[in-house]
Design a protein around this ligand. Structure first.
Ligand code: MSP
Length: 642
């Protein structure tokens, strides 16, 4: 049986729309999942939503909705977002799923029967925001450290989970299993917390105060504390206790969370598992926080970053790359659009993009697009250096990825990209091409460069799957799973001589149009050749018919504040629709009013810079220039195209 690998994200509260922070954790899980698939491991990747508790009730009230309907709506937003970020998950769990509820009850009963849950009156400091009691020493200036509001004193009878009984066991477990919680700073944080006596955990809420939760199986006047309910998603999703998925994947589980929920995952969860007789998880991988303008993202500060907005402006792979490269896993990071643009230009357009177009263009120029063969009798030094650079990059990449050090893995790949660029400068193919006597050397050099690109395309796959596939296609390969296997990637010589490669496209257009695209190119270097399109896979007429294309007339157009590329359009499609289009670089609003356009009318609405876009304008994009599609004559707005 292949090695199973089980990766989880936190299940996100449905009291807010998905934002950059949620996207980051979920992309991390996706990257880890894809990397493990490259190792031929069998991957199960779980995400979902956390839907019970007071927080949700209050958020639903604000919208005048019942908690259930509200939870359905927001959960759906998360579910629909993930495919748009290329998140290849296996299951999406909701804590309102009946199967989950049944598992929570079963585990509660088991722990209750074992004597680890008791009933007692308690008076304590309660933070409604956190939905939990605090002890004095946890407060900062008498306030909840998260909500910065003073907790209220409440007195009630509740059920308690005897966590204190397991304190010594947990300390020993963490000390024996060195990388159980990683990176180390969070392990130390948990251990230092455990130096103080552990309080028992209040795991019930009286229904008189909160009804939106899972009833305790042994007292239906109470619902379960939301964390006790939520943490169990990790086992209920696998069909605990008997399900085949549980048996296969649970022993290999790795959780990913941010530092905000270290305590429930580093303390409550292992103790809950121990008390319920379930094996403990393998690793808790903890990352830091994305801050914006040096502060936490929050609705009230108006600095919440919407992942789809960035994807639509800069492209998905660039966005995923930025997140993985910029944040040192475990530490906080500041998000800024200028840093994103900087990385796109330097790392993607310049380093990787230029290398790719230089090598593929040389293959066309010197070998008519056919992969040459390396000369087996030639100077071994011509190959050995690059080959050993590749081996080092692959080794470092693999070690860093396995240890959740994504930025390090990418640094290793970019180090190899830089060696490849140096190799071009050193071997100067344009000089070799001048003489027949060096033609064999030229073949070897170009083969080695193409082979290096094949390896790079594999190594970037977990982070930038679309770019990896595009590179593979432009190396003449069908980007199937086999090409991304680590076992195949790490064998030098995988690219087959004689393969015909299509003409290349720029992988990443530069964002700053004023800069000279080819500033690093040697004067002898080849000029870029005209693009030949790479067509998408065939679709059936039925698939095409799913698109509702309509004729529209623009009745209003205005700039979107703070978004250089976006325009907000009001379009008459027989009914008026708001459409946000990334065409500001090519059109000014006043030139658009009255224009007849074509709109994809049944595209799922998406918010761009806070504006709900209810359709998409069709346009041709050529580099930075965008031309809106129109019709050869005046047609009534709303007319369908077929
Ligand atoms: N529902 C609980 C988790 C239960 S898991 C059994 C919860 N939900 S949450 O919606 O608040 O999500 C918190 C998680 O979202 C963080 O741990 C992190 O994964 C992600 N992030 C939310 N904001 C973030 C940042 N600003 N930066 C990085 N990640 C953050 O807690």
């Amino acid at each position: 049986m292949p090695n199973p690998f089980y990766i989880t994200t936190p299940i996100y509260y449905v009291n807010a729309r998905p934002h950059l922070g949620h996207a980051y954790t979920t992309i991390v899980a996706d990257v880890a999942g894809r990397f493990n698939r490259m190792l031929d491991h069998e991957v199960f990747f779980l995400t979902g939503t956390d839907e019970h508790g007071d927080k949700i009730v209050r958020a639903a009230k604000k919208e005048n909705l019942s908690p259930r309907i509200y939870a359905d709506e927001i959960s759906e937003l998360f579910r629909q977002l993930w495919p748009q970020l290329n998140i290849d998950y296996s299951a999406f769990i909701r804590t309102t799923d009946p199967a989950h509820i049944a598992v929570v009850k079963q585990v509660l009963q088991k722990i209750y029967d074992a004597g680890d849950i008791y009933f007692s009156e308690y008076e304590g400091l309660y933070c409604f925001g956190c939905e939990r009691f605090y002890v004095e020493r946890e407060l900062v200036d008498g306030k909840c450290p998260d909500h910065e509001t003073p907790p209220e004193i409440i007195k009630e009878s509740n059920y308690f989970f005897r966590m204190s009984r397991y304190q010594d066991w947990l300390i020993e477990y963490i000390e024996t299993n060195k990388d159980f919680i990683r990176p180390e700073r969070y392990r130390n944080e948990v251990l230092s917390f455990l130096k103080e006596p552990l309080e028992d955990l209040c795991i019930s809420r009286p229904k008189s105060r909160l009804e939106w939760g899972i009833s305790l199986p042994f007292d239906d006047k109470y619902v379960t504390y939301v964390w006790f309910d939520a943490l169990l998603n990790y086992v209920s999703a696998l069909g605990y206790p008997e399900g085949p998925l549980f048996r296969k994947f649970w022993p290999h589980v790795q959780h990913i969370v941010a530092k905000d929920i270290l305590k429930p995952h580093g303390i409550y969860w292992p103790i809950m598992l121990k008390a319920a007789g379930i094996p403990i998880f393998r690793h808790l991988n903890v990352h830091g926080y994305w801050n914006v303008d040096k502060s936490k993202m929050s609705k009230s500060l108006g600095n919440v970053i919407e992942p789809l907005e960035l994807k639509n402006i800069y492209g998905l792979d660039a966005f995923r790359y930025f997140l993985m490269r910029e944040m040192v896993f475990g530490l906080d990071s500041g998000f800024s659009e200028s840093a994103l643009v900087g990385r796109i230009n330097a790392d993607l357009a310049n380093d990787l993009g230029n290398l790719f177009s230089r090598v593929t263009a040389m293959t066309h120029k010197y070998f008519k697009g056919v992969v040459p063969a390396a000369d087996p009798h030639g100077d071994p030094l011509l190959t050995q250096g690059l080959q050993s650079d590749a081996i080092i990059a692959i080794r470092e990449f693999e070690t860093a990825m396995s240890g959740f050090m994504f930025h390090k893995a990418l640094v290793a790949v970019w180090e190899f990209i830089s060696q490849m660029n140096k190799y071009i400068d050193m071997t100067a193919p344009w000089v070799l091409a001048k003489s027949k006597s060096t033609s064999k050397q030229l073949e070897t050099v170009i083969y080695n460069l193409l082979e290096g690109l094949r390896i790079i395309s594999g190594l970037i796959f977990p982070v930038m799957p679309e770019t990896a596939a595009s590179m593979q296609r432009h190396l003449g390969n069908d980007p199937g799973k086999a090409f991304y296997r680590m076992s195949f990637l790490s064998k030098w010589g995988g690219l087959v001589s004689g393969t015909v490669i299509p003409k290349s496209i720029p992988l990443f257009p530069r964002i700053d149009v004023n800069k000279n695209e080819n500033e690093n190119e040697s004067a002898e270097d080849i000029s870029p050749e005209p693009d030949r399109p790479v067509f998408k896979p065939e679709i059936s007429i039925e698939e095409f018919k799913k698109m509702d294309l309509r004729v529209g007339r623009i009745i209003k157009a205005e700039a979107v504040p703070k978004a250089k590329k976006l325009l907000k359009l009001e379009v008459d499609l027989g009914e008026n629709r708001t459409v946000v289009a990334g065409i500001a670089g090519s059109y000014s609003p006043e030139n658009l009013v009255g224009k007849q356009v074509i709109v994809l009318a049944n595209l799922q609405p998406a918010k761009l810079m806070g504006i709900l876009s209810q359709g998409m304008l069709l346009a041709a994009v050529d580099g930075n220039r965008c031309t809106v599609a129109t019709l050869d004559g005046v047609v009534k707005p709303g007319t369908a195209l077929s």
